[in-house]
Design a protein around this ligand. Sequence first.
Ligand SMILES: [Zn+2]
Length: 256
Amino acid sequence: MSDWSPVPILMYHAVEDAPRAPQYKHFYVTRSEFAAQMRMLKRGGYTPITFPILAEAMAGGATLPAKPVLLTFDDGYENLLTNAHPLLRDLNFPYTVFLVSERIGKTNEWVIEEGFDATPLLDWNQIREMAAWDGVSFQAHTATHPHLNRIGQDQLRRELTVSKQQLEQELQLPMDVLCYPYGHLSEEVVAETRAAGYAMAVTTEFGRVRRGDDPLRLPRISVYHVPFLSLTYGVGPLNFDWRLRTRKDSRSAPNG
Ligand SMILES: [Zn+2]
C-alpha cells in the first residue's frame, strides 16, 4: 500500500513532578514538559494509535491516520496516575504501559545496583483505576526486569510466561505485546517471545516502524533524544530522517 509512512513509537518512563538530578535525565520528563509535548503532538496533527491498529496496518488490513504515533511508558511508574493519565484521557490519546508483573506495588529496585534511587511503581488498585478508561493498554515487561539475553532458558521462559499469565489473570485482558527490558534481546529471546504467545515486541532501537519490520523487534523513539520543540515549526522531530537513517540510539538510560 502506498499510504504507509513510518510510524513513531515514543518511549517514556516516569513523568515527574519536578526535575531530578541530571543522571536521571534519560529516565523521566517533568509533568510540564510532558504536557507541552502532548500539546505539540495535538497541534502537529498527530493521532495516537494502539498496538492492535498498528498490527492490522502492518498486515495490510488497516489504514493509518496521516500522522500516527504510539505512546508507550516502560515499567509502570506510580506518577503516571497523576501526571500523565488525566491529561491523556482528556486529550483522548490512547497509550500503553509496560508492567513488571512481580514488582507491581513495589519499586524499580533493579536500578539500585546501577547506583540509582528506586522509584515507586503502580499497584493493582491504581492500575485498575487507570484501566477503567479504555484508552489505556497494559502490556508485559517481564516478571522481574532482567537482562533477557543474559539468563538461562528456563528463567527466560519463566520471565516471559509468568508475567503474561499473571497480568492476564489480574486484568482479564490479553497480553500480546512485550517490552524487552533494557532493549536487550537475542535470537533466542525473540524465539522464546514468539513461543510464549506475544504477537509484537518493542525494543530501544532508535527508529520508526516500517511496513516490513519484524513485529517482534519494533524500534522506538526515546523521547529524551527528540527535540520536541521543533514540532511547533512543523519540521517534525518524528520525521527526523537524518538521524533515523542510522537506526542507532546512543541512549544510556538506567532502564528500558
Ligand atoms: Zn524497563
